[in-house]
Design a protein around this ligand. Structure first.
Ligand code: FAD
Length: 486
């Protein structure tokens, strides 16, 4: 299909990039307006002193969605390489227990039995149930619009609906895990998957127990040149398809005049796509087009990240590493109820130099050290950040038997306020709204406006949600609707 219509996309995040590729491929004339000097949004990069850091996402699953975009026209070649990780993540508990989460499910189950005394059948059965949830929900909740009748009048959807009881919408994630596993550490391991979309396992529906299937059914991957290379490849593809990018161009005002959208009083478009956070858009440039009700949701959690260039290498660490808190319930309570960083936070370390030697000088490692944090809500961040930094240093120094402070040779940080400032994410949330409530998925902004023809939405704050794979699916669902409407 060819169209001579003009589309403007607000934001060059990973979803905006995907949307630009899809629309250019459909024949639209596409212009992307991005407030920052570069593309990628949260998928940023920081380089200093021989170290390279991905500043946002670190875990890459479902690479096929990226490959699908790069091969969309079957001809304009853009290289993008990645490898599957054998060890998905290393887990450390403060009593000295360790677990290597193998991508091979049999090895994973054996490790649980050997290290935690969890019967391996429990792990295999839990992953089977996770896969079953995926098969029921994927085509309905993730690959289609939840807001179009056509989704529900489809045989596949009807089949899924008949099995909907199996996705455990009415159970709580933690309760289900607590009833299923023997060892509290196994429960903690499976509860952690709620954080993959910024939710609280003690509140979120057990439907989120689908998430382990993404990691163990499909695998975790490391892009050869870091996560940033996803944004680089998508940008190159968009350029090859003729997309026009304007950086340092903040959209501050949009008006609708008959069937056209007038952006910043200058540009006009037949189709307007909002990749920026929908709540920020409703409070800002799209305030006359989006209801202020769209800002009334519980945001997902945010994060505090330290980027540390470490002048030593740690053979006991891998690409992904988790150092659990002793009291997970208290940590989630701190984040979601008290809205502070817990005083014994679970610490995640991502080290891309484990697979990509160019990311750190020889004998050194690039540490991305993250703790979950509440969304920004007027806290005293200077105090919270300084306390958290001290606690992280003490915790890791003890567990890794080193003086971490002395090993840090370059440092930077990202905070909820900086996430909000740099990407306009409402309250600095990582994934738009949380999935803590029963029907959260249905209350997310649809991929199109019911009130304004020609206005569409994609990205982590709208259906089907945050995280790289869902953001890419969001652009796909949205483009299918655009093709259908025009
Ligand atoms: P964004 O990346 O937020 O892009 C929106 C773009 O819109 C930005 O470039 C912004 O500058 C621009 N914009 C906003 N307002 C305007 C305006 N008025 N005018 C012009 N431009 C504007 N996901 C995973 O899959 N795995 C992970 O491990 C993971 N970890 C994460 C860790 C961190 C620290 C963060 C921050 C996120 C993480 N995520 C992870 C989530 C993932 O990064 C996001 O879901 C995804 O990148 C969001 O993409 P997006 O296109 O929706 O939005």
């Amino acid at each position: 299909m060819k169209s001579n219509k003009k589309a403007i996309i607000i934001g060059a995040g990973v979803s905006g990039l995907a949307a630009s590729i899809r629309l250019a491929h459909l024949g639209y004339s596409v212009k992307v307006l991005e407030q920052m000097p570069t593309y990628g949004g949260k998928m940023g990069e920081w380089v200093k002193g021989g170290y390279r850091f991905d500043t946002g996402p670190s875990l890459f699953t479902m690479p096929q969605y990226v490959m699908e975009l790069l091969a969309i026209d079957g001809q304009k070649y853009v290289p993008f390489h990645y490898e599957k990780l054998d060890i998905v993540c290393n887990y450390f508990w403060q009593d000295g227990t360790r677990l290597q989460a193998h991508s091979d499910i049999q090895k994973l189950a054996e490790a649980f039995e050997a290290q935690l005394g969890e019967p391996k059948e429990n792990i295999l059965r839990a992953l089977e149930k996770s896969e079953e949830k995926f098969k029921i929900t994927n085509h309905v909740f993730l690959e289609k619009s939840l807001h179009r009748w056509s989704t529900y009048l489809n045989l596949g959807t009807l089949k899924s609906m008949l099995r909907i009881g199996k996705v455990d919408i009415f159970k709580k994630m933690h309760k289900q895990n607590a009833a299923f596993f023997k060892n509290p550490k196994t429960i903690q391991f499976f509860d952690r998957y709620a954080t993959y979309n910024g939710s609280n396992p003690y509140q979120a529906p057990a439907t989120l127990n689908v998430i382990p299937h993404y990691e163990f059914g499909f695998g975790a991957y490391a892009p050869k040149n870091g996560i940033r290379s996803i944004a680089n490849a998508l940008y190159q593809k968009a350029i090859l398809l003729g997309v026009d990018f304007r950086f340092e161009t903040k959209v501050s005002n949009v008006e609708k005049q008959s069937s056209k959208y007038i952006v910043n009083d200058l540009e006009n478009a037949d189709i307007l796509i909002c990749n920026m956070d929908v709540a920020a858009a409703a409070l800002g440039p799209l305030k006359t087009l989006i209801s202020s009700k769209k800002t009334k949701y519980e945001p997902s959690s945010s994060a505090l990240i330290f980027y540390w260039g470490i002048k030593q290498s740690f053979p006991q660490l891998d690409t992904h590493n988790i150092f659990f808190t002793d009291n997970y319930e208290k940590e989630f309570n701190s984040i979601f109820s008290e809205k502070v960083i817990d005083d014994d936070p679970t610490v995640y370390i991502n080290i891309t130099s484990k697979t990509n030697k160019n990311d750190a000088p020889e004998g050194c490692e690039n540490w991305f050290v993250m703790v979950n944090a509440p969304y920004a809500d007027g806290q005293n961040w200077i105090e919270l950040i300084s306390e958290a930094r001290n606690k992280i240093i003490v915790k890791l120094s003890n567990l890794l038997n080193c003086n971490l402070e002395e090993l840090i040779e370059v440092e930077n940080k990202l905070t909820p306020l900086l996430i909000e400032e740099r990407t306009s994410s409402h309250k600095g949330a990582l994934y738009g709204s949380s999935s803590n409530k029963l029907m959260s998925a249905f209350f997310r902004q649809a991929n199109f406006s019911r009130e304004h023809r020609g206005l569409y939405f994609c990205g982590g704050s709208v259906h089907p949600g945050g995280g790289i794979p869902l953001c890419l699916l969001s652009a796909k669902i949205m483009t299918e609707k655009i093709a259908n409407d025009n």
